[in-house]
Ligand binder design. Structure first.
Ligand code: IVH
Length: 456
């Protein structure tokens, strides 16, 4: 007999499953349809993994419509473009975050293949953080370019793709070919674009990915031309049709017919070397002029792909290795005002403690009041923080979409938080200043400076 106790116990996971499904769909909607990130990839994956685990533990609550079953997708009802059904669905990749996940990935493949084969080789590639695209060439001529959309059906953005001059309109061979890759906005272009937007009083793009995918959806292809988008390709649809034996061979072919690849495709058959190359790219990627959010590891032998198989969301013969997030979200609990040795009063964000690239963070820099106003940051906001070149974390932006209405605008102090004398704002300068030479904070700061390495 079912006791009341069992009913209560059972309803908890169901509640959490529903909650997670709703929350994840909401993040998907913002990411794919509104082109805004309101959570970091790492935090998103954590929720998705929690849901997957619960769905496995409680199969009775399994449903066909769950974010664990489909790839994140744009809501195509809102598109301004003609819709096109993909000849082959555009899949996603499952994510990994450490070498153990990668080892497990290769072991799964070997188990699936029942060790029937020789030592397996894998290709290590860069994972570009942009907007995915599928381009069809007929007899060597570009005839169609379609965004991923919901994976089954995408948006026809051919006109805009023709405006990107690093994508050839004609190939060097008269082949029928469908290729998939990523549209990116080079970092140098991204900075220029945001500077201009700031000058014109327009809202700036949060990151190059948003800028690339927003540009791709412009109705005016002249704008696309101006922005300087670029593209790299990493996949040939139905590769066996062309007689390729390995993925590497298919990439070489793309280069040969004039389709740009990143040039990074390392064939590796040893997991120790794989680990070393992952560590190498984690550093080296900073030198690239486009954003990468990780690496992709693909089984090189194309003949084995179908045997290894697919889930509803992704191929089992490939996996993404995500780099540690540079940005995470947390809650802004309050602001304290710090007085430096020169009397400069600067706001410091007090945060709900969070892990950011390997350390626990609960305070971050906010620079000055103008920056707070420009970024519209309020106490109680969910904010993105990042470690930039400096070690001190910074508040990057607030996430307006998740405001509850309880958030409070930041009011700058009128008096010094230490000595209480009236603060001054120097003409033309944004900083607040304590001008009391006897302020204990200024004295302490000066002594500290005097005895520091740079001082005495
Ligand atoms: S392979 C079946 N390779 O990352 C082939 N994807 O998170 C699946 N991406 O949807 C894609 N760089 O838009 C592949 N070197 C790369 C990639 C890459 C970026 C994107 C792609 C994919 C997403 C999955």
């Amino acid at each position: 007999m079912l006791k009341l106790f069992d009913l209560v116990e059972e309803s908890e996971p169901k509640k959490r499953i529903d909650e997670l499904r709703k929350e994840i769909e909401r993040y998907n909607y913002y990411y794919y349809t509104k082109n805004e990130s309101i959570i970091s990839d790492f935090e998103f994956d954590k929720l998705l993994k929690e849901l997957e685990k619960l769905e496995k533990e409680y199969p009775e609550f399994k449903e066909d419509i769950s974010p664990t079953k489909h790839v994140g997708a744009i809501d195509l009802k809102e598109t301004k473009f003609k819709k096109v059904i993909h000849k082959k669905p555009m899949l996603s990749l499952s994510n990994s975050y450490n070498i153990e996940d990668v080892v497990a990935f290769t072991e799964r493949i070997e188990k699936n293949l029942e060790y029937k084969h020789e030592k397996l080789e894998y290709v290590l590639e860069l994972k570009l953080d942009g907007a995915s695209i599928s381009i069809t060439y007929e007899k060597g001529q570009l005839v169609r370019a379609v965004t991923r959309g919901d994976g089954i059906e995408g948006e026809d953005v051919t006109e805009n793709i023709l405006a990107i001059n690093t994508i050839p309109n004609y190939l060097k061979e008269d082949v029928d070919l469908e290729v998939r890759g990523e549209i990116v906005l080079p970092l140098s272009q991204f900075e220029k674009l945001n500077e201009e937007r700031l000058k014109n009083g327009e809202e700036i793009f949060a990151n190059p990915r948003n800028a690339a995918s927003g540009t791709l959806r412009q109705l005016d292809s002249e704008i696309v031309k101006e922005r300087g988008l670029d593209a790299y390709f990493y996949y040939v649809v139905e590769p066996l049709k062309y007689g390729f034996k390995t993925h590497r061979e298919s990439l070489d072919y793309l280069d040969k017919v004039g389709i740009k690849t990143t040039g990074v495709a390392e064939v590796i058959d040893d997991l120790t070397i794989m680990e070393k190359r992952i560590a190498y790219w984690e550093i080296e990627r900073e030198k690239l002029d486009f954003e990468t959010d990780g690496l992709v590891i693909k089984l090189d032998n194309i003949d084995l792909w179908d045997e290894v198989g697919y889930t509803t969301k992704s191929p089992r013969w490939a996996i993404a290795y995500k780099f540690p997030a540079k940005q995470v979200t947390t809650k802004l609990l309050g602001i304290t005002w710090q007085v430096g040795r020169t009397g400069k009063v600067t706001p410091v964000a007090e945060l709900e403690e969070v892990e950011l690239s390997g350390s626990r963070v609960k305070r971050a820099s906010l620079h000055n009041m103008d920056e707070i106003l420009r970024k519209d940051i309020r106490v109680g906001d969910r904010v993105f923080i990042e470690k930039a070149a400096e070690i001190i974390p910074q508040v990057v932006s607030s996430i307006k979409e998740v405001r509850t209405g309880e958030e409070k605008e930041v009011i700058p102090p009128t008096n010094c938080p230490v000595c209480e004398s009236v603060l001054e704002k120097e003409d033309g300068l944004v900083d607040l200043k304590c001008v009391n030479p006897n302020c204990p904070a200024i004295i302490q700061g000066s002594i500290e400076y005097f005895v520091s390495r740079d001082g005495m």
